[in-house]
Design a protein around this ligand. Sequence first.
Ligand code: ARG
Length: 460
Amino acid sequence: MAEKPWGGRFAAQTDRRVEQFTESISFDHRLFEHDVVGSIAHARMLARVGLLTEAECEQIVHVLSEIRQEIAEGRFPFSIEKEDIHMHIESALTARLGDLGRKLHTARSRNDQVATDVKLWTRDAIDRLDGLLADLQRAFVAFADRHRDLILPGYTHLQRAQPVLAPHYALAFVEKFARDRDRLADCRRRLNVLPLGAAALAGTTLPIDRESVARELGFDSVAANSLDVSSDRDFLAETLFCLTLVAEHLSGWAEEWILWSTQEFGFLLLPDSVCTGSSIMPQKKNPDVLELIRGRTARVVGALQTVLVLIKGLPLAYNRDLQEDKLPLFDAVDTVSSCLELAAVVVSGAELNRDRISSRLDEGFLDATTLMEYLILKGVPQRTGHEVVGRLVSLCESRRCRLADLPLDDLRAACPAIDEDVSGSLGVENAVKAFRSYGSTAPDQVSEQLTAWKAKLGQG
Ligand code: ARG
């Protein structure tokens, strides 16, 4: 019964249902590129330490490259009897090289092999995601740039709060995605430790050189505990947490823009190219892309939960449960990648409805806090100023007017500290100009931030 690479001690065939139940080739074929790269580095190391000859190593490297090419071109047959991508590649090698192919797995187990492959795959995925996040940041910066002078109502509790410049609003998302990139970079740094050479769980009696493998595969260091290696999936939980935050950021943004594109808000004009229609209501133009970005966040949060529950309570070291780590990883990376790509398309095509926004800026007393701060500068205690402006807002509500419409006499009756210069703090435009703190929506602050982001993102 030696058909399976592990078949030596088995007397009976594997039940077909067991093969179907235990296979992972249907999804881990996606690791083929990294499996070949890892095997080539392993073979070169075996040659360096004398466990293969140079000529043997060259033959192995050549055939592995051939196999990689065939898989990439869809010319390589997969079958569930061979379980996973690692055994497919190794058995093809053996079919072509005979006994020499049977030497590749020297000083290696699928446990350290699969950990290495998944790390290499995840590292590449992180690099691609970083590029997509940067593209989306650039789309928000361009959006900020083309709405430079527009004032928006800023909200808390979804109630009008204080005025903000449109570029200030757009750059808020650029900051969030900057933190996401930073988190992924940090996760990548912790991930970048070589598992290979831990073998099954205890290391090997053979004279391997793990440092050289790490160098060849671009790992910063070598994992120091073999038992830890074959059980460790921290890097996946971390990657998925980083992706979950990206998804959460996208979801909050999508929700806001769905609201903004309603008739009721009317803030946002989405291009036809990113909307879809209704099969029954001829007038409909729906923001389905934004809704699906919001909706797909669920899958990413789900992927994180899956991995957290998967690794909870596993005894050391490798357990077959860990095979289940790949489906949530692949799904989360695919989902976040496509959402990021589409988000950039939406942001690039979206325009704020200037007339609609500007015509209603006088509603909601967006300048009330500025007026209170004017009073503070006149020496009025903050709590008193707050109360005075609160009473003035209430007066305006009864007269159906703006704070800026109140005659100076009424203002002075509410608080004698008020002078004629108060007009410089009233009205939304004046209120925006009055800001000055670092990081605020003050026009010069926002323009500095915009310039800085353009430089950082190479949008000069
Ligand atoms: N396909 C398996 C996985 O993804 C490979 C490791 C199998 N190791 C083992 N000892 N059965 O986890």
